[in-house]
Write a protein that binds this ligand. Structure first.
Ligand code: FPP
Ligand code: MG
Length: 243
């Protein structure tokens, strides 16, 4: 019975889980996937953090002792495991979409360096580089499909639509001077904030959040993304007028 299963039994059950796959897809069935091992580091601090949070909120030692009693690391941590796995899947997908877009962007911008090393377009021909960007996006799309959530698929597909449109807006526009800031904000939302906002929203949706909470998550990501890009552009601007 799941309610009485020990962490060890859960681990063995997870290890014995098999899946089948066909064609050229990777054969996940041949691999032993133990979710607890996958998340060992992430789960490690959970109980410690809960205990400190409870302790921080009371000056009554006995209340603290009782309240922290079950947080001894002996639980199955099923809920945190599922929540972290979902968040981790979306984090991977989000970073893959981001990198695919940077690969294309480096070709478009004919960039020389990225993150302290020669950019891909310097090292390989543009056709192959574009294919590599598409490949990352294709694998990310399969990972999205595996989440089996139509809502999340829509949310993350919107990101790709936004990224392309944001980049397209940056390629040239005919806005008048007083439309320029609105254009800049829309472009910034599409190029930067949409990925953060919709990734956070996807995690909220996967963890079963209601509409209000997933909208709050979206707004948090949107505002964080917009402010991050505003500061980044300001720093670029300041350094370009100083040099
Ligand atoms: C960096 O801009 C570029 C982006 C954040 C998005 C680029 C989007 C595309 C090329 C559309 C295609 C998208 C996919 C998913 C294939 P930047 O040049 O202002 O910043 P940088 O200094 O980091 O290059
Ligand atoms: Mg660029």
């Amino acid at each position: 019975m799941p309610g009485t299963m020990s962490a060890g039994t859960m681990r063995r059950l997870a290890s014995s889980m098999q899946s089948t796959s066909t064609g050229s897809l990777p054969d996940y069935g041949a691999q032993i996937v133990d979710p607890y091992r996958l998340l060992e580091d992430d789960l490690h601090g959970i109980y410690e953090d809960i205990r400190s949070e409870l302790e921080r909120n009371t000056n009554q030692p006995e209340l603290n002792t009782i309240a922290t009693y079950y947080f001894d690391g002996q639980g199955k941590a099923l809920r945190p495991m599922v929540a972290i796995l979902m968040a981790k899947a979306v984090a991977m997908i989000s970073e893959m979409i981001h990198s695919a877009s940077l690969i294309h962007d480096d070709v478009i911008d004919q960039s020389d360096f990225r993150r302290g090393k020669p950019s891909v377009n310097v090292l390989w021909n543009h056709k192959k580089v574009a294919m590599a960007g598409d490949f990352i996006l294709a694998v990310a799309s399969m990972m999205i499909a595996r989440l089996r959530s139509d809502e999340v698929t829509l949310v993350l597909s919107q990101v790709v639509t936004d990224l392309v449109q944001g980049e397209f807006m940056q390629l040239g526009s005919k806005e008048t001077e007083n439309e320029r800031f609105a254009h800049y904000l829309t472009k910034t939302y599409r190029k930067t904030a949409s990925l953060i906002a919709n990734s956070v929203k996807a995690v909220a949706l996967l963890s079963g959040a209601d509409e209000t909470t997933s909208e709050l998550a979206f707004q948090y990501g949107r505002n964080l993304g917009l402010s991050f890009q505003l500061v980044d552009d300001l720093l670029d601007f300041v350094s370009s007028i100083q040099s």
